[in-house]
Design a protein around this ligand. Structure first.
Ligand SMILES: Nc1ncnc2c1ncn2[C@@H]1O[C@H](COP(=O)(O)OP(=O)(O)OP(=O)(O)O)[C@@H](O)[C@H]1O
Length: 365
């Protein structure tokens, strides 16, 4: 097991800066996820940890040992790729044993380690099967077994589930977590799938344009995003431009051209992120926090509109409300049965609970 310490690493390919001045400390035994859209530098960062790329600037350390320019085979990391990268005409046993053969481990020890790891990934009855005759999920288990059998200090997974269908993805997600906990191994997981990141990780780093926007636990990232990019990338949200107004009895007040009244916001770190004066600000409110009111009411943060669209998703119902000036806000409720769905065109009032609003700066592009 190992810690991973990236200090101010930058990677340039010609005039493309794929990763810019990244600082990250990954703890021993942690399940750490790099999350972000395509092209934001996740894979490049992972490859610098694996040693397939060397950073243009900065240092990569494992347990305080400088690994920046150590070749991949001397780093003791296990890697799993999106396309599995297995040898299709070799058997499961031969694929998994490959890394041990390269390391000149004895035949007896190889046999016992391969059998043990195949047992752990629940593939023991396929040991002599050719890899090309396995399903996608089974091939991904072979890839995992091959990475784990060498007893790596760090397990690196690059979008390992993206070639699997939705059901198998769920199953493999649990499987990977189970193995990670069993081995207690420091794991770095690359994905653009927010559900995978939220459900699996101890901590997440959110990337955009080669820069890390925020590092935190899934709950911190979801509940306290630092800017509008993070708020919109993790989960669903409603975003509106706002400007600060004078405080009212200790409560922060904001104005928005989308709303016809002031918006009152709780005055805590949860509700107002850090920003500097003059920065463009947005208000984020999750659809599950928007409350549609039965009775019309004129209290704080109660606004009026009419139902413009109702979307049924099974477990929940999305109600889009159009405000006077045309801006839309989405409210999401659990499905309480067809009699509770509102009809399009119905006038409604809705409330934005003060303590569920978050005001944050716009992300830099
Ligand atoms: N070998 C390379 N040569 C030149 N440019 C590269 C190379 N590898 C990556 N890039 C560029 O660096 C940027 C980051 O790429 P990277 O593969 O790290 O992103 P990513 O977040 O992993 O995306 P994806 O999810 O699509 O794999 C992109 O603009 C990409 O085009």
């Amino acid at each position: 097991m190992s810690t991973v310490n990236l200090s101010t690493i930058t990677k340039r390919f010609g005039n493309v800066t794929a990763v810019k001045e990244l600082d990250l400390k990954i703890k021993e035994g942690e399940f750490f996820t790099f999350l972000g859209p395509s092209g934001c530098g996740k894979t490049t960062t992972l490859r610098m940890i694996a040693g397939f790329y060397y950073p243009t600037e900065g240092k990569v350390k494992f347990n305080e040992k400088d690994m920046t320019t150590v070749p991949p085979e001397k780093r003791n990391t296990g890697m799993v790729f999106q396309n599995y990268a297995l040898f299709p005409h070799m058997t499961v046993y031969e694929n998994v044993a490959f890394g041990l053969k390269v390391r000149r481990i004895s035949k007896n020890e190889t046999k016992s380690r391969v059998e043990d790891v195949l047992n752990k990934v629940r593939l023991d009855q396929y040991i002599d099967r050719q890899v090309s005759q396995l399903s996608g999920g089974q091939q991904q288990r072979v890839a995992l077994a091959r990475a784990l059998v060498i007893e790596p200090d760090i397990l690196l997974l690059d979008e390992p589930l993206s070639n699997l269908d939705a059901r198998l993805r769920d199953e493999m997600r649990n499987e990977i977590l189970r193995l990670q906990r069993e081995y207690g191994i420091t794991t770095i997981y690359v994905t653009h799938d927010q559900v995978e990141a939220l459900t699996m990780s101890d901590r997440i780093a959110v990337f955009n344009f080669g820069e890390c926007q925020q590092v935190g636990t899934p709950s911190e990232i979801y509940n306290k995003p630092v800017n509008d990019f993070v708020a919109a990338f993790i989960g669903e949200t409603n975003l509106f431009s706002v400007t600060p107004d004078k405080e009212n009895e200790g409560i922060a007040v904001f104005q928005s051209t989308d709303f016809d009244k002031s918006i009152y916001v709780g005055h805590t770190e949860e509700n107002i992120g850090s920003y500097v004066e003059g920065e463009e600000l947005v208000m984020s409110i999750r659809p599950e926090a928007v409350r549609i009111l039965k009775d019309s009411d004129d209290g704080n943060n109660v606004f009026k509109g009419k139902v413009s669209l109702v979307q049924f998703t099974g477990a929940s119902v999305h109600t889009y409300i159009e405000m006077k000036n045309g801006a839309l806000i989405r409210a999401t409720d659990l499905n309480n049965g067809p009699s509770t769905y509102l009809k399009e065109g119905t006038p409604v009032s809705f409330q934005l609970p003060q303590n569920q609003i978050r005001v944050i700066p716009k992300a830099r592009e």
